[in-house]
Design a binder for this molecule. Structure first.
Ligand SMILES: O=C(O)C[C@@H](Cc1ccccc1)[C@H](O)SCc1ccccc1
Ligand code: NI
Length: 183
């Protein structure tokens, strides 16, 4: 299982790489990596596991964050969060997006960043995505709200982009045009 010691932190060059697409059928190594990523996110939302293994809670994690520059990430929203989403995204893409943007009013964090970086992170409010599941079956879905934000945060990781790259350096809380805050 993935532990905090396995998660690389800002400054590690892998976080700034463009990850490589993976081929199907997945190698045993890539299949285990994908499953371990989803398992980490699920564990990180379980109080007992958080306490037992000192995990940082997350709704997503990307392969480069465990020093594996491959285009794989996992998202998991516990049903109590009001979102019904748990997925492994392989070779994911945004195929279309809204003009309208959105941002988390509280700003964003990252399992690979051990400091608070204040500021609004502009994202697309709604995205239509496509990706492959662990069996190589392509799926498409439309996302909005926190799942849309999380998908974009994880996709950025596959392109070597960190959330704070999007924050306005002159004024981190400058109003973002045509954007809705997500509380
Ligand atoms: O570092 C990561 O990629 C995991 C992040 C992803 C994320 C950050 C900001 C907004 C959405 C997703 C962790 O999930 S940060 C912890 C967290 C937990 C609940 C809601 C938002 C962020
Ligand atoms: Ni992150």
């Amino acid at each position: 299982m993935i532990l905090m010691k396995d998660i690389i932190r800002e400054g590690h060059p892998t976080l700034r790489m463009r990850s490589e697409e993976v081929a199907f059928p997945l190698s045993e190594e890539d299949r285990k990596l994908a499953e371990d990523l989803l398992e980490y996110v699920i564990n990180s939302q379980n109080e007992e596991m958080i306490k037992k293994y000192d995990l940082r809670p997350g709704v997503g994690i990307a392969a480069p964050q465990v020093n594996a520059p491959k285009r794989i990430f996992a998202l998991h929203f516990d049903e109590s969060s009001g979102e019904n989403l748990s997925l492994i995204a392989i070779n994911p893409k945004i195929v279309s997006h809204s003009v309208e943007r959105a941002y988390l009013a509280a700003g964003e964090g990252c399992l690979s960043v051990d400091r608070a970086i204040p500021g609004y992170v502009p994202r697309y409010a709604r995205v239509t995505i496509k990706a492959f599941d662990i069996e190589g079956k392509e799926y498409k879905m439309r996302l909005k709200g926190l799942p849309a934000i999380a998908f974009q945060h994880e996709l950025d990781h596959l392109n070597g982009i960190m959330f704070f790259d999007h924050i306005n350096p002159q004024n981190p809380f400058a109003e973002i045009e045509n954007a809705i805050p997500i509380e």
